[in-house]
Design a binder for this molecule. Sequence first.
Ligand code: NDP
Length: 308
Amino acid sequence: MLASAAVNILFASETEKAEFWIPLLEKALPQDRFVTTTDQPIDIALIATPPAGTLGKLKGVKLIQSLWMGVEKLLADPGLPKGVPIARLLDPGMIAAMSESVLSHVLDWHRHHYRYRAQQAERQWRRRKQYLASDRTVGILGMGVLGTDAAKKLLALGFNVAGFSRRPKSMPGVQCFTDLAAMLRITDALVCLLPLTNETRGILNGRNLGLLKKHACVVNLARGGHLVVSDLIRELDSGHLAHAYLDVFDQEPLAPSEALWTHPGITITPHSAALTEPRTAIAKIAENVERVRRGETPHHLVDFASGY
Ligand code: NDP
């Protein structure tokens, strides 16, 4: 493609608002044409939860740029055209938001705030034992973009940090593991930031949760499919786990009839741990559009073989 050539860019999402995004995209990429239907040839598609059938019409596009970090739904869509590269969106605003969510849940547990909220409801004045951050080990499942940013910020607060990844890693100050059981045995607060793949589905199961230290907390901010809910409830009810913070669920929105809503050991947030932030994401999208225009490989391409 010529370095100066204008491109047709499809914006297709049932969750992200086109009327909000497109004016910002037009400002960043003034020479390009943004459309919301596939009636004309498309060069690049910006996608998050696209309307049914959209992916099937994208044969031959040069890039599908996800507007989200997680791409498991796109990869599972039977309409996904073969041979089209998919890029994940690494949005600085979203990464910062995720680390803030990790810190707020870990601190809520570490400083006993979940207990004090319950005590307040009972008008009960009772101080709990104080721990130092250095008494606690936070284990992070997934040492990718999100896991490493959260690890840095937890270290800055004085927590011991351990991280689990598929391939061996090294990060200053972090105990890095590829042996899951070994990491779980030293973990007081477990934070899941894994992509959902065939290998990671159900990783938060009874066997693994049972390896955590007594009165540990579990923070699942990745995907509902990582957690075996009945196993979590068993570990909470037995007193082995102190509390769980759940942001993601198999069925979203979580149905009002779900028992999880009222379990005293569970704090629920509505898949809000980190949202794509157009103000910081647009520059990253524009960078990849320019790379395609120059005939270069886009950043952050999904590895289809590993599923993330
Ligand atoms: P990355 O691809 O940057 O990192 C993934 C990490 O998981 C890597 O360290 C990888 O190991 C590790 N991993 C993958 N498979 C395995 C496995 N089988 N065993 C052990 N480790 C494994 O992902 P991100 O950090 O960008 O995002 C993670 C997930 O967070 C997303 O996929 C998404 O589902 C979720 N998310 C949730 C949001 C929310 O609001 N709740 C918002 C944004 C994202 P290795 O380093 O060896 O490759």
